[in-house]
Design a protein around this ligand. Structure first.
Ligand SMILES: O=c1[nH]cnc2c1ncn2[C@@H]1O[C@H](COP(=O)(O)OP(=O)(O)O)[C@@H](O)[C@H]1O
Ligand SMILES: [Ca+2]
Length: 470
């Protein structure tokens, strides 16, 4: 406008053509430049977003994950350009007494061991197996825990974040078809979620994987996996339905004398470990209570009969619900010490069930779950911070609680039974009375459960699946 007003009319026409041509060219250049910038931003965004979210851990072939069709196509090949990559993983622990979600945030420099940067945890009761006869009722709890993950993970990462549920003893102990129905329901809920789900996103984990995964967790958190020279620690987990022991044997004798089903090979973070690991199904604390009471898993007592036990105070009468069955229970009127009578009964239950290894005496052990809860319950450790104790402390506490229960009802009718059981279980496993155990619920603010180890193992196996092709 300003130009044309100043130009004389004779030359106006000609002069106009030039700026017009210039405008046209300028427009084309600007258009192309704009297009190029948009394309660049788009490519950079896609590359950054998907590379950072998926590539290091999760940008794996569809065959390896069985990932939902279409999602892998969004994941571009090639690693992220620079800096640590951030990724998330969601692990559901469907335990026999509760379902828990663990949302892990990882960061990793390309080619290095991932670092755990954050965990969000939430637990719900009861366990999935409580819905065996009405699977629809299991959905709201799963949804509630999924909402925790949604709130925790940035929206842009949802599609690239793997979602996995592994069930333990509760579902192992259910009849196969009932367990499968529950798993199908959970899978349905998972598939309707915005997260990355594979064909194998929902399963029953085998006992050895459970023990080995918890071993990975504790050794990752105590530093033994990152710094191999540092030595490893053993782990003891006492769940409701099953209990695990896992450690890395140093003595050739342990490898030679252990039955093959107690030894397993683990590959993680470029190293191979030959571990001693075993899960005792039915020897979790709740299953052990039922066995001590003389009941059968999943079956109400005939004609509503009372289960009478020498591990309950004489004169005690009550009800106990386990795996959706309510049992009538009562203490036994008997002469003699409650502890001794109970210990005899517990020994019968444990007889010939547990494999003993000498080497456990020399390995540093961490103990979780009901070992922790019980020790905290009777003040052997701080309920918040955890702590250390010697194995014999459980026996001393058992004797004290049982003796007190002879004259007045204990705060929990099962405390005498539970402490006696834990004390004898540890002895059966080969732990001497003076053996120190470390009891932890969290290390560095992360739950000491199999969930982290299982997530690491999953991520690690994916990158191993990936590496031969890349
Ligand atoms: O991630 C966790 N953080 C804290 N405690 C846990 C976690 N997972 C399991 N537990 C504890 O484990 C015990 C119950 O075991 P669970 O329900 O997992 O049985 P299971 O392992 O035999 O299936 C309880 O003491 C519960 O508090
Ligand atoms: Ca458990």
């Amino acid at each position: 406008m300003l130009g044309s007003a100043l130009v004389p009319s004779s030359t106006h026409e000609e002069m106009r053509k030039i700026p017009n041509n210039g405008n046209l060219r300028m427009t084309k250049v600007a258009y192309l430049l704009g297009l190029f910038v948009c394309l660049f931003i788009y490519v950079a965004y896609i590359k950054w977003h998907w590379a950072s979210a998926t590539q290091a851990f999760l940008g794996i072939p569809e065959a390896a994950t069985g990932a939902r069709r279409g999602q892998q196509a969004l994941s571009p090949p090639g690693p992220a350009a620079h800096g640590p990559e951030v990724a998330y993983g969601i692990m559901f622990d469907a335990g026999s007494t509760g379902t828990r979600v663990h949302v892990f945030q990882f960061s990793r420099q390309p080619g290095e061991t991932p670092t755990l940067t954050h965990e969000t945890f939430k637990a719900l009761k009861p366990g999935l197996s409580a819905y065996a006869d009405d699977v629809e009722k299991s959905a709201p709890g799963i949804q509630e825990l999924l909402d925790v993950a949604k709130q925790d993970i940035p929206f842009d990462f949802w599609k690239a974040t793997p979602l996995v549920l592994k069930a333990t003893a509760g579902l192992r102990l259910l009849p196969g078809e009932k367990a499968q129905k529950l798993l199908r329901k959970v899978k349905e809920v998972f598939e309707a979620s915005p997260f990355l789900v594979g064909d194998d996103c929902v399963s029953i984990m085998n006992g050895t994987d459970e023990g080995v995964s918890a071993w990975i967790t504790v050794n990752f958190l105590t530093g033994g996996l990152k710094t191999p020279g540092r030595g490893s620690v053993g782990m003891l987990d006492l769940g409701g339905g099953s209990t695990q022991i896992t450690f890395l044997p140093r003595l050739e004798g342990t490898l030679q004398t252990s039955p093959p089903s107690f030894l397993t090979s683990l590959q993680v973070f470029n190293r191979t470990y030959r571990l001693y690991s075993y899960s005792y199904l039915g020897l979790g604390l709740m299953s052990a209570r039922l066995a001590v009471l003389g009941g059968e898993e999943g079956k109400p007592a005939e004609d509503g009969q009372e289960l009478v036990s020498p591990c309950l105070s004489a004169g005690f009468r009550g009800e106990w619900e386990h795996a959706e069955v309510t049992y009538r229970i009562a203490g036994q009127e008997a002469a003699g010490s409650l502890y001794q009578l109970c210990a005899r009964r517990v020994s019968e239950i444990l007889r010939n069930k547990v494999h003993r290894t000498e080497e456990v005496k020399d390995v540093e052990f961490y103990a979780f779950s009901y070992y922790y809860d019980l020790a905290a319950n009777v003040g052997l450790i701080d309920a918040e911070k955890g702590g250390s104790l010697v194995v014999e402390d459980f026996e001393i506490a058992a004797k004290y609680v049982c003796r007190t229960a002879e004259t007045r009802p204990p705060p929990s009718p099962f405390l005498c039974l539970d402490l006696t059981y834990v004390s004898l279980l540890l002895q059966e496993l080969g732990f001497p009375g003076d053996k120190v155990l470390k009891l932890t619920r969290k290390i560095d603010n992360v739950e000491t459960s199999w969930a982290l180890g299982a997530t690491f193992h999953y991520i690690d196996s994916l990158s191993r699946h990936k590496s031969p092709a890349s």
